[in-house]
Write a protein that binds this ligand. Structure first.
Ligand code: IPD
Ligand code: CA
Ligand code: CA
Ligand code: CA
Length: 263
């Protein structure tokens, strides 16, 4: 039997220690490499943080599985058992260019159910955390359930890239949504965007393609504040594959799906 409370304490401690590693790295030179293309960056710190978290998990929980963006974990093919889903730095481009607007994201699932979600905004020392059935918090502050938001009062996070012609999605579906909402934002860290929707700083967030490590922690937070999460066509998200992604305050999420996305 998994002692989820003990696991939660340890996970928080390791994430905060990893945050300290990142803050201490700001004075040292970064080594930057490219992955799939020249805009797809990875640094020595992405790798170091993932290795740090994995070493702690493996030392304490040798039978748990780990899915990490940088590939130091396991080849995870099912969600059976306890699975840690880790993005060591979500928002690497922001980390490299801005030294802010990035986060460590750790979601822990038991047989496919999200128990723990941790999103750590390292620079602001803001830890967004949720434990299944016990609510979501930003540091010690409880995050209230989200109240209904009308589209005219909503702030939507969407990258301008998706409102221009692109190969993944009919951008003409997005344009009328952008026209109806109060405003749009784009932060460049999917994990932080999930945390912001949970915390009420944003009302919805949509994007054409995310990997499980971008949103695994976020889903646990969103569930605790009663927000909705799905693909852009309203389907359930798959934690083992890439998905399109749409989250929002419940009534707003349903409204946008029905009026604009699922015809
Ligand atoms: C990226 C960020 C970004 C999102 C990309 C992700 P990374 O994660 O979350 O906001 O638009 O799709 O890949 O690579 O910085 O961890
Ligand atoms: Ca990346
Ligand atoms: Ca990411
Ligand atoms: Ca990353």
């Amino acid at each position: 039997m998994t002692n989820w409370k003990e696991l939660d304490q340890k996970a928080k401690q390791w994430v905060e220690e990893a945050g300290e590693l990142i803050r201490n790295s700001f004075d040292s030179a970064l080594s930057i490499q490219y992955k799939s293309n020249p805009n797809d960056l990875v640094t020595n710190m992405d790798k170091e943080v993932e290795q740090y978290l994995i070493s702690k998990i493996q030392e304490t929980y040798p039978d748990h599985k780990i899915l990490g963006e940088e590939g130091y974990g396991d080849k995870v093919e099912s969600l059976d058992g306890v699975v840690w889903i880790i993005d060591p730095i979500d928002g690497t481009m922001n980390f490299v260019h801005q030294q802010r607007n990035f986060a460590i994201s750790v979601g822990v699932y038991g047989d496919g159910v999200g128990y723990i979600g941790l999103i750590y905004d390292v620079v602001h020392k803001e830890l967004y955390h949720a434990f299944r059935g016990e609510g979501a918090y930003m540091n010690e502050l409880p995050l209230p359930k989200r109240d209904e938001v009308k589209i005219e009062q909503a702030i939507l996070s969407v990258s301008p890239m998706w409102v221009t012609e692109n190969k993944r999605f009919d951008h003409q579906l997005i344009t009328p949504i952008v026209k109806r909402v109060r405003g749009t934002r784009s932060y460049g860290s999917a994990a932080l965007e999930c945390a912001y929707v949970a915390a009420g700083r944003l009302d919805a967030y949509m994007t054409m393609r995310l990997a499980p490590w971008d949103f695994a922690a976020g889903l646990v937070l969103l569930e605790e504040v009663g927000a909705n999460a799905s693909t852009l066509s309203g389907e359930k998200l798959d934690l083992l594959n890439k998905n399109s992604f749409f989250i929002g305050e419940q009534s707003l999420h349903q409204y946008i799906l029905k009026e604009f996305l699922v015809k």
